[in-house]
Design a protein around this ligand. Sequence first.
Ligand SMILES: NC(=O)C1=CN([C@@H]2O[C@H](COP(=O)(O)OP(=O)(O)OC[C@H]3O[C@@H](n4cnc5c(N)ncnc54)[C@H](OP(=O)(O)O)[C@@H]3O)[C@@H](O)[C@H]2O)C=CC1
Ligand SMILES: CC(C)(CO)C(=O)C(=O)O
Length: 325
Amino acid sequence: MKVAIFGAGAIGGLIGARLAERTDAEVGLIARGPHLAAMQERGLTVRSEAGETVVKVRASDDPAELGPQDYVIIALKAHSVPAILPALKPMLGPETAVVTAQNGLPWWYFYKAGGAHEGRRIEAVDPGGAIWETIGPERAIGCVVHPAADIEAPGVIRHVEGERLPLGEPSGEKTERVAALSKLLVSAGFRAPVRPELRTEIWVKLWGNLSFNPISALTGATLAAICANDGTRAVARAMMVEAEAVAKALGIKFPIDVDKRIAGAAEVGEHKTSMLQDLELGRPMEIDALVTAVQELGTLTGHPTPTIDTVLGLVRLRAATPLER
Ligand SMILES: NC(=O)C1=CN([C@@H]2O[C@H](COP(=O)(O)OP(=O)(O)OC[C@H]3O[C@@H](n4cnc5c(N)ncnc54)[C@H](OP(=O)(O)O)[C@@H]3O)[C@@H](O)[C@H]2O)C=CC1
Ligand SMILES: CC(C)(CO)C(=O)C(=O)O
């Protein structure tokens, strides 16, 4: 089985290292810059509480070198996807499945969703529908990413915690291809069940990301600190209540309530969200897939999102303003 990871950073590197180390899959990693050079020279190191492993990996910045794949796992930040579409094409054969291992609302969200919005593109994640047109939604397999990881140094991934990578077809069916991917990820040590209702899990994860990530970027605070502070917890809660109304209008039935979700985020502890890490490193923040997309669906469903709109305005200005003057 041929599996390529497009964007072998924190999450893609973790998945790729585990697949290369523990399975028979032929694994190729697409990366760039000093991180790619380090992986090519010294292999990919994964550090966790369990210890350290160094895996020899096939890594490149040229997808054409790897050729058509059975699975391409996209583990890029959502805003990086439109730019890689031309480069992705050589990896797509007639049967290639494309897995979105990303936070936020995926570009294929309304494919086989049924209902009034069937086939709709989400402009905030897929400007002009270019991703939908190039990849084709029939290739998409969804994945909710629960592990937390970061790139500690070029070629070195720190796996903080978490093994859960639930998967799902947009149709909810348990197809052969999603079952085979699940088996592969399980043999790599992840918990990767196939879910009939992955959109519900996407929203439960997004609840936290749409609120805590921008609040952390605005305040510099960790998840634990945002949850412990009355003011920031109230802002996060208000954003989550607004998002809940939007999701419910789209048919989502939440298995837990907002307060349980906040308690879950607090338990992650003194962890800086990926958005805060990006801000501190001077990288673009994943604002559109996490926040703008929910605002867009609020407008679509006729549910106002005043708190989300306010935080979105603030975090956009944060993104546009240099940290040091
Ligand atoms: N990290 C985490 O703990 C979690 C992350 N997620 C989600 O997972 C997804 C991936 O996040 P994460 O792993 O943190 O992101 P990273 O930034 O660590 O990884 C993405 C990698 O892709 C590389 N890249 C970007 N564009 C290209 C390109 N054109 N060619 C080759 N490589 C490229 C980046 O390189 P460069 O740095 O040079 O841009 C980077 O190394 C996101 O949606 C995130 O929200 C979800 C849960 C937890
Ligand atoms: C905080 C974490 C790791 C889990 O909610 C996350 O998804 C992010 O930082 O973007």
